[in-house]
Design a protein around this ligand. Structure first.
Ligand code: HSE
Length: 435
């Protein structure tokens, strides 16, 4: 049996998980890779008590690994985009294949990295970059290769979903749940990446590029996190038969592609509404297969290591075969990736949930419904709770039919200008995910 030598850079949550999995399942992994996978070197600034490196060559300089002539595959698990980019480019320049779990790196520098790898007949594999342990990259790129994808929508940040689920089911405080997510190794080094939707935007860009053969580019993604989400909206949504989930959505329309990340109301009857905790779920709707859902653990040491090791096996098995037979990183050669128009958020069409506080007196609601009618927005449902006589203002909740966001915005502006409405209007996009 041939040997394939790998170097692992980074011994954090995913690095230590990968080392442990390679050690634990070596008997299963080697025949699957059709070679003996040997960890020749580890590059890490510090040790990690969660894994045993006593029998391994450990370098404090990760670039030693990228330049080590013995190594065939560099596994980049350091995170970030600056040093990680230099490391990956150095590895490619030194003729190494690369496996990475780094979604920010792929979303921001993927085009450059993939083009360089192609020119040098090297592979870059990144299954762990999206949805942790779920094989969504392979599922989308290879499993659905015969389809034209219409849209995809996913819960692609485990930390956010964990926080929303715990707040909803146990009434826990945001900061308390976030700190537990950090302890469990779910959260990013900078957890604002999770809760502000940046991590989900990185992953969405990767999925959209695979689905629509468009360039990796984070710039045009509309991104909103969960920090402004009010618990009362989660409760009202539940009353109306919806769950609030933080979704990444990519949709192909006649006018261009929608790319957006934001809290979303989804019907409780929709499978994705049941994805709770650190689990991720990605729905993909395509012309031949219909609507599919990929579901599983989206973060954590072992699930993410599962995807990293799958990539190591793939690369190790394929590296001695003809490069023409390799699956391109984005499903097609980088030259076949073509820019397309990305829609502004004002151009998207969806339903909306609205909440505002209005004076409890005759005629107030009719003024509001008139504004909605003027904007050609049809109201699907409306709730106004009976209030104690001492309360001057009442919460009004409206669910709209599908409308253009620019029309909704114009109506919101007019409603907020009314003397009878206090504070600003809260609105959350609603997706039925049924076509
Ligand atoms: N911080 C990420 C998450 C880790 O919570 O989903 C996996 O990418």
């Amino acid at each position: 049996m041939k040997s394939v030598h790998i170097g692992i850079c980074g011994l954090g949550t995913v690095g230590s998980g990968t080392l442990n999995l390679l050690q634990r399942n070596a008997q299963l992994i080697n025949p699957r890779a059709n070679c003996e996978i040997i960890v020749s070197q580890v590059g890490a600034r510090r040790d990690n008590p969660n894994c045993d490196t006593s029998s391994l060559q450990v370098s404090r300089d990760i670039f030693d690994v990228a330049k080590n002539p013995e190594i065939d595959i560099v596994v980049e698990l350091i995170g970030g985009t600056t040093v990680a980019r230099d490391l990956v480019m150095t590895a490619l320049e030194n003729g190494k294949h690369v496996v990475t779990a780094n979604k920010a790196l792929i979303a921001e520098h993927g085009m450059e990295i993939f083009a360089t790898a192609e020119q040098r007949n090297l592979m870059v594999a990144y299954e762990a970059a999206v949805a942790g342990g779920i094989p969504i990259i392979k599922g989308l790129r290879e499993g659905l290769a015969g389809n034209r994808v219409n849209w995809l929508a996913g819960i692609i940040n485990g930390t956010t979903n964990f926080i929303l689920s715990e707040m909803d089911s146990k009434g826990r405080e945001f900061a308390d749940v976030l700190s537990e997510a950090q302890q469990k190794g779910y959260a990013e080094a900078d957890p604002t990446f999770d809760v502000e939707g940046i991590d989900a935007a990185h992953k969405l860009v990767i999925l959209a590029s695979l689905a629509f053969a468009i360039p990796l580019d984070t710039q045009p993604v509309f991104t909103d996190g969960i920090t402004q989400l009010h618990p009362q909206d989660v409760a009202y949504a539940r009353e109306l038969g919806y769950a609030v989930k933080h979704l990444g959505i990519a949709r192909r329309t006649d006018e261009g592609v929608e790319l957006r990340v934001h809290p979303t109301l989804v019907p409780q009857s929709c499978l994705i509404a049941e994805v709770d905790g650190v689990l991720n779920g990605v729905m993909v709707s395509a012309d031949a297969v219909g609507t599919t859902m990929f579901y599983g653990p989206g973060a954590g040491a072992a699930p993410t290591a599962s995807s990293v090791v799958a990539d190591i096996i793939d690369v190790a098995r394929a590296m001695h075969s003809d490069p023409q037979s390799w699956v391109p990183a984005l499903g097609v050669p980088t030259a076949a990736i073509k820019p397309c128009r990305i829609l502004d958020i004002q151009e998207i069409e969806t339903s909306f949930y609205m909440r505002f506080s209005a004076l409890d007196k005759p005629g107030v609601l009719s003024n509001i419904t008139r504004i909605m009618a003027d904007a050609s927005i049809s109201i699907e449902a409306i709730i106004q709770r009976e209030q104690p006589a001492t309360e001057e203002y009442v919460n009004v909740i409206i669910l709209t039919s599908v409308t253009r966001e620019s029309a909704l915005d114009a109506a919101v502006e007019r409603i907020e200008a009314l003397d009878t409405v206090r504070d600003s209007v809260t609105f959350i996009r609603v997706e039925h995910l049924d076509q």
